[in-house]
Design a protein around this ligand. Sequence first.
Ligand code: NAG
Ligand code: NAG
Ligand code: NAG
Length: 765
Amino acid sequence: MNFVSAVSCLLMFSLALLGHAGKCPKVCSCDGTKLTVACVGKNLTEVPKTVDEITVKLDLRNNNLQELPRGAFTHTPYLTHLNLQRCNINRVKEGAFRALGRVVSLNLAYNKIDILLQESFDGLSSLKELHLEHNRVEEIQPGAFTQLGFLNMLAITHNQLVYIPNLAFQGLNNIKWLRLSHNSLNNLAHEAFAGLFTLSRLSLDHNELQFFPTQAMSRLREVTRLDMSHNPMIYLGEESVSMAKLTHLYLDHLSLQDLSEQAMSGAPLLTHMDLSHNQLRYLEPLTGPKNLGSLNLTGNPLYCNCYMRPLKRWASAGGIKVLGACAGPPHLSDEPLKAVALLDLRCRSRGETLKDDLEKDDESAQTPTAKPKLKVKCPADCDCDIEAQHATCEGRGHTKVPRGFPAKTQLLDIRSNHFHYLPSNSFPGSGQVVSLHLQFCKIHEVESGAFQGMKNLLYLYLSDNDITFLDSGAFTGAPQLTYLHLDGNRLGQFPGSALVLLPNLFVLHLEQNAISKLEPTGLLSSKTPHLKELYLTNNSIASIAKGALDSAFLATLHLDSNQLTEIPTHALTVAPNLEELRLSKNLIPFLGPKAFLPVSQSLKRLYMDHMGIEKMSMDSLEGLDIGLKALTLRGNKLENLPDLNLLKGLEVVDLQDNPLLCDCPLLPLRKWVEKVGMEVMATCGSPPEVKGLKVHEVHVFKSCQEGKSHEPEATRPPKLNTRKLTPKGFGSKEKQMKPKLKKLHTTKRRPQTKPKETKKKKKTL
Ligand SMILES: *[C@@H]1O[C@H](CO)[C@@H](O)[C@H](O)[C@H]1NC(C)=O
Ligand SMILES: *[C@@H]1O[C@H](CO)[C@@H](O)[C@H](O)[C@H]1NC(C)=O
Ligand SMILES: *[C@@H]1O[C@H](CO)[C@@H](O)[C@H](O)[C@H]1NC(C)=O
C-alpha cells in the first residue's frame, strides 16, 4: 500500500465516521469514536432500527420491549455488548439474536422471561457471558444452549426453576461457572449436568434441595467450587459427595443435623469446607479429604464433650483450622473449639455419655459469670436463643409442655422432664421447629394430634419414654417427619398405623421395645416409600410374616438381639436395596441353603455374631459373591464354613471365637486366609493339639491330600495322627496344590464370575 492510498483510506474512514455521526436514533446518545449507543429508560417498545451498523455496544436498559422478535438485531452485526436489562421482556423468540456472531456479553437480567426456548440464543456463537438473573424462568427446553459453544458464564439466578432435566446445558463446551442460585430447585435429573466437562464452579445455593444430588454432581469432573448453602438438607450420608476435583464446598445454612464421616469420601482434594450455621452437635473426623485446611463450624450448637475428641485430634494432627464455638456444656459455652484443650472434652460417667448434658443444671448454678441475656419471649424455666433459633428447657422439672417459644425456634430441646402424657396440640406456634427433643420425659401416651401444626418438623426424639402404644393419629400434622426415634420405649407392636401419615419417613429407630412380631399390615411398603433405615435391635421379635419387610427402599435393617429362630428369607423377597442386615444375637443354629438369595444383589454387610450357629449349608451364602463386603460370624459354634473364596468382594471378615475343626475339610478356608490380604481372626477349636492356634499358623493342613475332595460336608476325615506329615516345605507343597484347587473351584463356580475375579486382581496389583 502506498502513501497516497493509505491517506485516502484514512480519509474515507474519517468521512464515514462523520457521516455516521448523524445516524443516531432520536432518543439515544451515541458516541461515534467508541461506537457505542445508549438509549436508556426511554420507554422504547421496539429495538430502534436506525442504530448505526458499526455500533459495538448497545445499551437498551429500562425500556418496554416485551417481546424480542426473530432477527431483532440483524442491522447491528458488529455488536460485542448488548444490554437489555429491565426491558419488560417476556418472550425471546427463536432466532432473536441471529446475526450477532460477535457479541461476547448479553444481559437480559430483570425481565419476565419464563421459558428458554430451544433456539432462543441461536447465532450468539461468540457469547462468553449470559445474564438471565431475576427473570421468571421455570423451564429450560432441551437444546436451549446448544449454540453457545464459547460461553464461560451462565447466570440464571433468582428465577423459578424447580427441576433441571437431563442434558439441560448441552452444548456449553467452554462453560466455567454456572449460577443457579435463588431458584426453587428441589430435583435435579441424574444427567442434568452431563456434558459440562469444563465447568469448574457451580452455584446452587438458596434452593430447595433436601438431599445432596450425588448422582448429578458426580458428572461434574472438573468442578472445584460448589456452593450448596441455604438448602434444606438435614443429613449427608456416606459417599454423598463424589467429586474428584472439588476443593471448596459450601454447605452453610442448611439444616444438617448429622453428617456421615464418610460423606466426603469421594472428595479427596477438598481443602475448604463450610458447615457454618447448621444444627450439628457433633462431628466425626471426615474420611476422604487428604488436605483439608479449614472447616467452618461457626453457628452450630456444638456440644463439647468427649465425643468431640476425635474431631479435635484429627484437626490438630492434620493442621486443619476449625472455626466454631461450643454451645455447651455450660462451662465451655461460647468457648472457641480450637481453644478447648483435649482433656476438657469430657464425659464424666457412663450415665453421662448416654445423657451427656444432664450436668448442665448444677454447673450453670455454679457459674456466676453467666452472660446477661437479652430479654426475649421465652417460657419460664427455659432458655431461648433467638439468634441460634434454639430453645431448651431440659431437665427443669416441667410437668406440662411449656408454651410460648419464639416463633422462629428451630430446635426445641425439652428432654428430661416429666410430662407423662402429651395431649393433642402440645406445641402451638411451633411451626418452624425442625428438631424436637423429648427423650427421658416419662411419656406413656401420645394423644392423637399432639404434634399438630409442626409442619416443618424433621427430627423427633421420643426415645427412652414409656410409650406402650401409638395411636394412628399420633403424628398427625407433622407430615415432613423424616427421622423418628422411638427407641427405649415399651411398644408391644410395630406402630405401623401411626407411620402411615409419614410419607417422608427415612430413618426409624425402634430399638429396645417389646415388639414380638412383624406383620405386613400397614407396616412399610407403599405407606412409607422412603424408609431407608429401620432399627429393631433388642425387641422380642420371634416371627416375621411374609411381606412384612417389603420395602423397595430399605437399605439398613437391624434385627439383632431378638428371638428369631430362622433367617427371615421369606420376608425379604421385596427388599431389593437392602445393604446392611444385622441378625446377631438371635438363636439360629442352622443356616439353610440360599438364605440370602432374595437380597443378594444388594447386600453389602451381614452381621451374624453370637447366634449359636452350628452349621451353615454350603450354599447358604449363595449369590453374595461380588457384593458382600463385610461378614461377621463371631462367637458361633461353627466347626466349618462354606467356601469364602466365592465371596470376591469381602473386605472385612470376623470369624473369631468359633470352635473350628482344623483339618482337611477346612483347607479351603486356610487357603483363603492365606490368599486374602487382610487379617482374618480365626482360631482352631479342635483337634486338641492345635486348640487356640490361628488357622493360618497351624501346620496340620500340610498333610491334606491334593486330589482328595475337601468338601466339608463329606464325612469326617481320618484322625490326624494316622496321616503322615509331608517332609516338604509348605510352600512347595502349595505350589503343587494350586492348579488342582483352582480347578476344583472353577468347576464349582458359576462361569460368569470368573472374568470378574481376574479383573479385580489386576486392579489390586
Ligand atoms: C410507556 O409506553 C406505554 C405505551 O407504549 C404507555 O402506556 C406508558 O404510559 C409509557 N410510560 C412512560 C413512563 O412514558
Ligand atoms: C465461617 O462462617 C461464618 C458464618 O457463616 C462466616 O461469617 C465466616 O466468614 C466463615 N469463616 C471462614 C474463614 O470461612
Ligand atoms: C436390651 O434392652 C434392655 C432394656 O430394655 C437392656 O437392659 C439390655 O441391656 C439391652 N440389651 C442389649 C443387647 O442392648
